[in-house]
Write a protein that binds this ligand. Sequence first.
Ligand SMILES: Nc1ncnc2c1ncn2[C@@H]1O[C@H](COP(=O)(O)OP(=O)(O)O)[C@@H](O)[C@H]1O
Ligand SMILES: [Mg+2]
Length: 274
Amino acid sequence: MSGATPALTVAGACVTLGGRTVLREVNFSLAAGEFCGLIGSNGSGKTTLLRAILGFVPLDAGCIEVAGGGALPGGIGYVPQKIELDPGLPLRARDVVALGLEGARLGPTLPSRSRAERVEQMLAAVGASQFADRRVGLLSGGQQQRVLVAHALVRRPRLLLLDEPLANLDVRSTAEIVALLRRLSRESGTAVLLSAHDMNPLLPAMDRIVYLASGAAVAGKADEVVRTEVLSGLYGYHVDVVRVHGRVVVVAAEAREESHAAVERDPVHTAPVP
Ligand SMILES: Nc1ncnc2c1ncn2[C@@H]1O[C@H](COP(=O)(O)OP(=O)(O)O)[C@@H](O)[C@H]1O
Ligand SMILES: [Mg+2]
């Protein structure tokens, strides 16, 4: 495939849920191997957009194209938000990765030896070989996230979507998972779109940011997008991009919850300042 073909194109995507406009016009594209953060506060529509890319949520207008065809099972790897793995679940880490090969329309089924090799390679690629035989529900949050990434990537999708994979991780695991995903996207050419409500852990790693607010998105390099004038234009009211203790924070001048409740519960970004 030509490197010029985007791995993902979202053009004028509009989504209505329960009579409410959640996404009114979202436009961006991702190239092969790009590592992209999908950033927005709670309720801004990140999960909805990822589900629309997967084809689980219909569009009212616009279109979404995934190179090589998107419908699961197929070209998209997906790590959903908040997977709770019961400690009693009788599956080892390697079994969860192997399950990623099930149900795929890979054409002729892989011979079992190739399947086992593929699982072994994937476990090694995410740094999970040493705990591959442990029960997945007993692993730490960071270890589970590695296993879920391997599960999603074992079919070698061109596009990997992860919904808030950093939400429950400590600072060290967060940095490790970000570095791992960035390396895998580079090495495999898989485009990675990762949602997060806090952009800070991703700022050093992102090739591109898609910032969602008020049902629309701005996309580009982080230093082009995360600016007072750009984000004020997106929100539709004045916000300030400020740097505090090495963190970037987006602050609204006044509480806006009520007037913008239709699209967002919390327009102010994060960062408890010590
Ligand atoms: N099935 C649904 N019906 C009605 N509204 C929904 C539904 N799912 C999500 N929403 C609303 O859509 C908005 C975006 O939700 P979501 O995509 O989950 O945001 P995020 O993942 O950024 O927190 C929220 O206001 C949410 O309440
Ligand atoms: Mg969500």
